[in-house]
Structure formats: structure tokens, C-alpha cells
Design a protein around this ligand. Sequence first.
Ligand code: PLP
Length: 286
Amino acid sequence: MKVAYVNGRYVPHTGAVVHIEDRGFQFADAVYEVWAVLDGRLSDAEGHFTRLARSLGELSITPPRSRSALLAILREVVRRNAVKNGIVYLQITRGTAPRDHAFPHADTPPTVVVTAKSLDLAYLEASAAKGVAVVTRPDTRWGRCDIKTVGLLPNVLAKQSAKEAGAYEAWLVDKEGRVTEGASTNAWIVDAGGRLRTRDTAANILRGITRGELITLANELQMPVDERPFTVDEAKGAREAFLTAASAFLTPVVKIDEASIGDGRPGPVTLRLRALYLDHARRNAI
Ligand code: PLP
């Protein structure tokens, strides 16, 4: 039976509910985190906890549990759902209070929800071996995409539009024609000059934990990463392209809109980095 954690209790997933006055439901007044689970353990754990603390801080939501208490809950949900490889999802809202835009009383306990699901690693491997298509769409999001909030409606619409176009992801494009990031992933290229490029974090993007880990790994390999914007045209003319996220690791992109990237197959730099990242993530999972 699938199990969720809701406000201190492990409950059957089918009957897991929060109140209609929950501020996550009313206002998207909530943050979330997602950890990849590899061999039953949480990958890039510290990075996700640190970003969670930052997201909560930016919204002035008091952390409802210590980091170690949260880790114990995340592990328990993974265990109870027998997830070997997959993801574990944590959402923290500002809690339940009569609907009013301004914050409720400071004593209002945040709502804490944790769920986990298995992912088919063989399927992810097969899809990485082929590469995926992305489409480009205007970035219509708010100005604080650095906070990992559940206010994801523009991301949802972009992802749906990608799906309807037969693509895996939508790469979002700012008013200057430069890629910011994907609807739920960070965007990368190996540019025409052979340099690894991804958007800088001064831009309005989420500071992906997978992105950050990969920058560290690439630097260790003497493969400098240019955190510098690239245009859609540069991406279409790139040698290679890929995307990163906890739920996708590092996935090759072989098509952007109608343009094939490189020879239309995952490139050597991408595949090498993917293998290195996965090895690193497995070794460091807790
Ligand atoms: N960008 C956006 C908008 C996302 O929603 C996500 C993940 O959910 C990412 C990037 C990738 O971040 P991470 O590597 O921390 O999963």
C-alpha cells in the first residue's frame, strides 16, 4: 500500500488529505523539494536541504522540523513505499488558516507532506540513450524563480504544450531570446566552440542542485563551465545539448523545435558527464 506522511502521521496515500483552507491550496503559499532516490538512499541530500532552508527563509516560513527530523521522515516514506530508485517529494506550506492574503498568526503550524514514488531506471536509461526533444516557449513566470515554490502554473502550461508537441520538455526563453531553463529542468549546451554553457544564477532561474553538482564535477575534470546565457539560435547550432534535474539526472537533448542537435544523437560529452554524475550521485547518497 502506498503511504504518505501528512503532519506527523503516516497515512494511506489514497486517503491523504490537507484542509481546504491550506495556504498551499489557496495561494500556492508553499515550497517543495525533490530528492532522487538511488538504491534506497537520497542523492545530493545536503544541497536539497540547503535550498529548502533558503526557500523557507525567503518566504518567512519557520522550518517546521529540524534537518535530521526531516531526513528521518523522508527515509521512512521511502522505506514504507519500498522505493529503490525514484523520487521523494516534500512540500511545506504556511499552514491552514481562514483565507486572507496576509500571513496568518505566527503560531500557525506549517503543513508538511511527504510522498515517494518509484521510477523505472531502465526506462530512464533507454530514454537517455536515445535523447529527448525539447520545444522553446516564452518564459512567462514571476520574478522569484530562485525560490522553489509550488506556484508552478506557467511551468505546467509550458510542459503541457511540450507534451502536445511530442517533446519531453519546454525550454523557456526570455525577452532577449535567451534560454533561461526548462519547465522543470535546467538547460545546458556544449556550444559550437566546445564549451559547456548553462544560464547564470543571477538570471531568474531555479538554482538546480543537479546543475550545481555537475558544475563542481566538470570543474574537477578541467572542463570549465561558462555560466553565461545562450540564445535559442546558439542552442540549435550547438554541438550537444542536455538538461538536468533530480528526476532526470542528466538527459541528452537531440532536438530543439525542428532543429536536430549535432548528428541527432546524444553527444560524447553529455554521455560521459551523465555516467560520471550518476556514479557520483550513487556514491554520495545517504
Ligand atoms: N528548474 C526548474 C524550474 C525545476 O522545477 C527544477 C526541478 O524541479 C530544476 C530546474 C532542476 O532542479 P534540481 O536539479 O534541483 O532538481
